[in-house]
Design a protein around this ligand. Structure first.
Ligand SMILES: CC(=O)CC(=O)C(=O)O
Ligand SMILES: [Mg+2]
Length: 216
């Protein structure tokens, strides 16, 4: 099972992401906490792994980093109770939800979909698969991200508005989750711009770290 889940990028069919899921982020933005998880999707063609670069999409002049905990789904499930979600967690992944922020702002201002701003090629850099047992405290684990050595995001998953089980249970009421799918659980405060030539390093406590460069 674990051996197969290591291939989540090949076997998973979708990436479902939550936004505005950290209290520190909504407080910093001066917006109310959402009453239910806000969802969007990324295509699996957005994945890249270490050694590949994040490419600024054509026409984008404001690319943002967002470090996130990703959950890899173990098996097909729908309508999962919050108390049963642990059975369906196959493992974890550290991920960046790269966002073409200018595209995103324009889409919001014009009531257009966000898909391009979140789903362009290279918009989902990920670490290797992380065994579930390595993150027993996923409800309170540190996520951090540095840009050119300067710390930009540093928070705990304990600051989430909706916990990992609440997020997965909610999604599964509406969207069947399948083996290898990844759920991105939102970014803590501190997301911000990166430009051509910059290097990001991100980590999940001392469990995993990864580096990605940004290129035109
Ligand atoms: C609107 C956003 O970019 C928010 C987002 O993706 C998040 O993680 O929060
Ligand atoms: Mg995000």
């Amino acid at each position: 099972m674990t051996e197969r889940l290591k291939q989540f990028k090949e076997i998973g069919k979708k990436i479902v992401a939550v936004c505005r899921n950290y209290k520190g982020l909504t407080a910093a933005q001066g917006i109310p906490n959402p009453k239910t998880p806000s969802l969007f999707a990324k295509p699996t063609t957005a994945y890249i792994t270490e050694g590949q670069s994040i490419r600024i999409p054509e026409g984008c002049n404001l690319l943002y980093h967002e470090v996130e905990l990703g959950v890899v789904i173990k098996q097909k499930c729908s309508n999962v109770a919050v108390s049963d979600v642990d059975e369906y967690i196959g493992g974890f992944v550290l991920a960046l939800d790269m966002t073409a922020k200018d595209f995103h702002n324009e889409a919001k201002a014009n009531s257009r979909p966000w898909f391009l701003s979140k789903g362009f090629d290279t918009s989902c850099p990920v670490s290797d698969f992380i065994e579930k047992e390595k993150v027993p405290n996923y409800r309170d684990v540190r996520l951090w991200l540095k840009v050119d050595g300067a710390m930009k995001q540093d928070d705990s998953t304990a600051d989430m508005i909706f916990s990992v089980p609440e997020v997965i249970s909610y999604i599964s009421k509406y969207i069947t989750l399948e083996e290898g799918d990844v759920v991105l659980t939102g970014t803590p405060d501190g997301q911000g711009p990166v430009t051509d030539g910059q290097i990001m390093e991100a980590g999940l406590a001392d469990i995993v770290s990864m580096k990605f460069s940004v290129t035109k």
